[in-house]
Design a protein around this ligand. Sequence first.
Ligand SMILES: O=C(O)c1cc2cc(O)c(O)cc2[nH]1
Length: 404
Amino acid sequence: MQMSAAEKQAFVNALDQAKRTVHPDLVICTRRYQEVFGPDGNTPQFENITIYNYFVWTHYYSVSKTYLGAGQASFGGVDFSHEGPGFVTWHRFHLMQLERDMQDMLGDPTFALPYWNFAIGGSDCDICTDDLMGDRSSFEVNGISPNSVFSQWRVICESVEDYDTQGTICNNTETSPIMRNPAGNVARPMVQRLPEPKDVLDCLQLNTFDTPPYYSTSSESFRNTIEGYSAPQGTYDPVIRSLHNLAHLFLNGTGGQTHLSPNDPIFVLLHTFTDAIFDEWLRRHQPGEIVYPEENAPIGHNSRFNMVPFWPPVTNAEMFVAAPENLGYSYEVEWPVREFTVSEIITIAIVAAVLVVAVVGGVIACAVRARTYRSVEGLQPLLGETFRRYSEDERRLDKSQSVV
Ligand SMILES: O=C(O)c1cc2cc(O)c(O)cc2[nH]1
């Protein structure tokens, strides 16, 4: 909201350029290990991919099901980037990689991803405007306005049924437009509103980074709360969706489905704000590395595990550090402050009234006393006229006389 028109335009242009620019260093693997060298054993199954689509692909890969063989249902119990302590560290590296790739693409090492404060309550998507992430289309309820460049974007990794039944992997093929209908999920009223500012405040107050079983069922866990499987105060409740999850579901379309969500560029801004909250939690609680679980977290989520599928390998522990000091970036956020309850306001008013009465009473008492002393002074001078003044005749002072 604070970016100038020129800054907004430059950011949108940079994203659009990333969507069209082939990644200069990385390719994606489009077949499982058993088939990776092709039918003849000599044709590596790798593809070029654009910078932005690589960002989408890594997220898809991290959540994709495990193929167990023809005719068998794929196994969906593994998620390398959600429902565990690695949620915050995985998405932090995900963003850093995109930011670095875009810096290189632009030849501008100062390029930085902005964030979207999604904790504004209400049902209005304030960044869904044509100068930012695209307004609603007037023609298609789930579409993006033709005045936005994002109406031209096409998604990848849509054919999840095929991947799961045929054991294939998403490739760089672009298919449908982005779908988005903010606050439009009438079947699920709970996700028709964005998180409230107080939700951020509450979640920042949680002292424990994560709690057993280090999963989406963890209670009193900062991680599970910012991820959004707990009430903002930390209590796990299977029905609740809050903070990050709520922001995803609010978008009600491409951005609300884990295998597809980064195709909607709002994902970037939603996750930079999630990362900003994580960083503020680190700043306030100064937890130290030891707080991140060493073991017993889901696969890929223990502190020394590499985060799948990033290359070169990087561990969760490497991202569990304060960003400004260790990673070279920071967020400028005005964090919400706590509002007082009615009983707190009444207590404060009573204490303030007692203090005022005490101070005013004290001042009046002092004034009265000072006035009394002055009138006594007027009636009874300390040095009567009958006494010779000390300064008048020091020479004639009788040694036996007091000088007081
Ligand atoms: O249903 C949820 O809670 C939900 C949807 C969704 C989509 C997404 O891309 C995420 O990263 C998380 C998520 N949670």
